[in-house]
Design a protein around this ligand. Structure first.
Ligand code: 7PM
Length: 283
C-alpha cells in the first residue's frame, strides 16, 4: 500500500473518512435545469434519486453545488444559491449514508449547510471571498483548497506561469497559512491542483504528471478531471465520450496521491478504485 505522510482519519461532521484508501465523490448539480418543466420540487426529487444512485454505486461523498463555475455563467445571489443547495443538503443528510461536500464560495451557504448536515466545504476559490475563512473555521468542517488564478469568468484568458507546479504549490501553501491563521489546522485540509481552472491543455498535462509534488505537501489530494476539456483536448472527444480517458486519469491520479476522485461516472470509477486497491493490498 502507498504510504502516507499524514494521519488518514478525517472527521467530516457526523461521519469519518479514512483516506488511507481512495474515495469516489459523485457530482450532484443543484443548478436549475431550464429545460425541465416540472418546477423545483420535481427537480429536488430527481436530484435526490441521482444522489441515491451514486451512493448505491459506491460514492462515499456527494458534491453539491448551486453556483455554476462555467466561464461566463451568470452570478448567483446568496438567497438563490441557498435556495438551490440547502433543501438538497438537508434531504441527502436525512436519507443517505454519505459525506456531503458543498461546492460553494459563499460564507452564508457554508454556515447554513453545515447546520443541515454537510461534512466538507469544497471551495474552488479557496476561501478568498470576504468572510469565507471565518465562516469555514466556524463550521469546524474540513476544507478542500483548490488552485485557480482569477475568477471562473476570466480564468481562461491566456493563463501564464513561469513555473507551474511551483506556483500551484506556493498558492496552496499560502492558502493553508491563511487557514491556520483563523484556526483551520492542516489536519482539516484537502488540496486540489484545480484541473481546468486557469490552465491550458499543456498546463493540465504537466501538472497532472507532477502531481506527487503537491501530495508531498503532506495533505490528501482531491482530483477532478471527469469529462473535462483536457480529455477532450488529447482525444478529440465530445463531453459525453470522455469516460475511458477519465478512467485512465483516475487510475493515474490514485497512484500519484489522489484520495478523493470527483466524478460524474461513479460506478465505473469505483471499479477502477477497487481493482487498484485490491492489487495494492495484496501480499
Ligand atoms: C464548467 C467549468 C462546469 C468547470 C463545470 C466545471 C472541480 C470542482 C468543479 C475540481 C474541486 C467541472 C467543473 N471542478 N471542485 N468543481 N475540484 N474541488 O468540470 O476540479 O466539474 S466544476
Amino acid at each position: 500500500m502507498t504510504s502516507t505522510l499524514y494521519p488518514t482519519r478525517l472527521p467530516c461532521g457526523n461521519r469519518v473518512l479514512d483516506l488511507v484508501r481512495t474515495h469516489v465523490m459523485g457530482i450532484l448539480n443543484a443548478t436549475p435545469d431550464s429545460f425541465s418543466d416540472g418546477g423545483r420540487y420535481s427537480q429536488l426529487d430527481a436530484a435526490l434519486r441521482h444522489a441515491e444512485a451514486m451512493v448505491l454505486a459506491g460514492a462515499t461523498l456527494i458534491d453539491i453545488g448551486g453556483e455554476s463555475t462555467r466561464p461566463g455563467a451568470p452570478p448567483v445571489s446568496v438567497p438563490e444559491e441557498l435556495e438551490r443547495v440547502a433543501p438538497l443538503v438537508e434531504r441527502v443528510a436525512q436519507e443517505l449514508d454519505v459525506v456531503i461536500s458543498v461546492d460553494t464560495s459563499t460564507p452564508e451557504v457554508m454556515l447554513e449547510t453545515a447546520r443541515l448536515g454537510a461534512g466538507l466545504i469544497n471551495d474552488v476559490r479557496s476561501l478568498r471571498r470576504p468572510g469565507a475563512l471565518e465562516a469555514a473555521a466556524q463550521t469546524g468542517l474540513p476544507v478542500c483548497l483548490m488552485h485557480m488564478l482569477g475568477e471562473p469568468g476570466d480564468m481562461q484568458d491566456n493563463p501564464h506561469y513561469r513555473d507551474l507546479v511551483q506556483e500551484v504549490s506556493d498558492f496552496l501553501v499560502e492558502r493553508m497559512k491563511q487557514c491556520a491563521a483563523v484556526g483551520i489546522g492542516a489536519e482539516r485540509i484537502i488540496l486540489d491542483p484545480g484541473f481546468g481552472f486557469a490552465k491550458t491543455l499543456d498546463h493540465n498535462l504537466s501538472l497532472f504528471k507532477r502531481m506527487e509534488v503537491l501530495h508531498a505537501l503532506g495533505r490528501p489530494l482531491l482530483v477532478g478531471v471527469s469529462r473535462k476539456s483536457m480529455i477532450g483536448g488529447v482525444l478529440g472527444r465530445a463531453v459525453d465520450e470522455r469516460l475511458y480517458g477519465g478512467l485512465a486519469l483516475a487510475a493515474l491520479a490514485m497512484s500519484k496521491g489522489a484520495r478523493i476522485l470527483r466524478v460524474h461516472d461513479v460506478a465505473e470509477t469505483v471499479d477502477v478504485v477497487r481493482m487498484i486497491t485490491a492489487v495494492e493490498s495484496a501480499e
